[in-house]
Design a protein around this ligand. Sequence first.
Ligand SMILES: Cc1cc2nc3c(=O)[nH]c(=O)nc-3n(C[C@H](O)[C@H](O)[C@H](O)COP(=O)(O)OP(=O)(O)OC[C@H]3O[C@@H](n4cnc5c(N)ncnc54)[C@H](O)[C@@H]3O)c2cc1C
Length: 320
Amino acid sequence: MAGRILVFAEQRDGKVRKSTFEALGRAAELGDEVHAVLVGSAVAQIAPMLGNYGAKVVHCAEDPSFELYSGEGYAAALSAAIDAAAPDLVLVIATAMGKDLAPRAAARKQLCMLSDCITLDEIGGAFEATKSMYGGQVFAKVRATGKPVLATLRPSAYPAPEPSSDTAAMESLSVAVSEVGAKVVEVLKQEEGALDVQEADVVVTGGRGLKSPENFHLIEELAGVLGGAVGASRAAVDAGWIDHAHQVGQTGKAISPKLYIAVGVSGAIQHLAGMRTAKCIVAVNKDADAPIFSIADYGIVGDLFKIMPVLTEEIRKARD
Ligand SMILES: Cc1cc2nc3c(=O)[nH]c(=O)nc-3n(C[C@H](O)[C@H](O)[C@H](O)COP(=O)(O)OP(=O)(O)OC[C@H]3O[C@@H](n4cnc5c(N)ncnc54)[C@H](O)[C@@H]3O)c2cc1C
């Protein structure tokens, strides 16, 4: 069993991402002792609840300059936490923030890095991961040759554990913030209340087959009934039908939800790169030869404008 594992607890505006709980859960399965690191301007009050998901100790780096994410500042804080916790493994979620932060910290601390892991295990004393490569065309097994290791985990790769009533102890971290040279001056937020595709167990994605932005209501309605998030292909995003925050794929977000429903999406290799590790894939497409059907668990060949209202209504009835 791995010794101590340190998890970077990603939060924005004091709200911890669900995928952080997934990482804490996997850390508790792999290691003897789980620590977490929280970075922000006033985040100490959320530290104890990380214990609900398995963290024993939370290293807290608080500074007004940490209110907004900055690569340099957060990497300095994560590095300080690595010094304090001396872990065998550091886990970061492969979100936009995690993908920016993890290589910076790995370079600073000269750690072996495993990125975008879909599975992560300790086998014969070494960490071993499965990761997708070449735009999702192959899965590679990679093995770290030493410790400590820094790994980024793909969101939804592991389930979040049921929360317990345990709380974590907090330890303050001192970080030399003077070394932060670049500063974030503005954050353009996606629409309020929209569930992020990386946080959702169910994602319903619309593609060019929808024909116009107005027709995205077909996707939103099914996502609403299933309590899921709305995803989009790049073609839909490039056409200006929906914000890039929804894009799934090589140049969008990589996700592994429990259920992925692709509607009017052809299944180009760059799209598959972001969703082929979903646990169950359903495709609706009028072209029986569309590549999406080659990886779908269930396929419906037909006109989405006829199928979607019926599908949504039937699922609504079944859930009532
Ligand atoms: C470097 C690079 C990076 C890229 N990154 C991404 C990425 O991150 N994500 C991404 O998605 N793409 C990405 N792409 C683009 C990708 O190659 C495809 O162009 C894109 O995914 C196509 O989107 P689509 O499936 O919505 O559209 P199309 O390929 O045009 O497919 C539309 C589908 O809708 C079906 N359809 C049409 N009408 C109906 C109907 N009435 N009922 C049912 N089905 C219907 C059609 O049969 C067709 O299969 C990238 C490309 C490059 C070169």
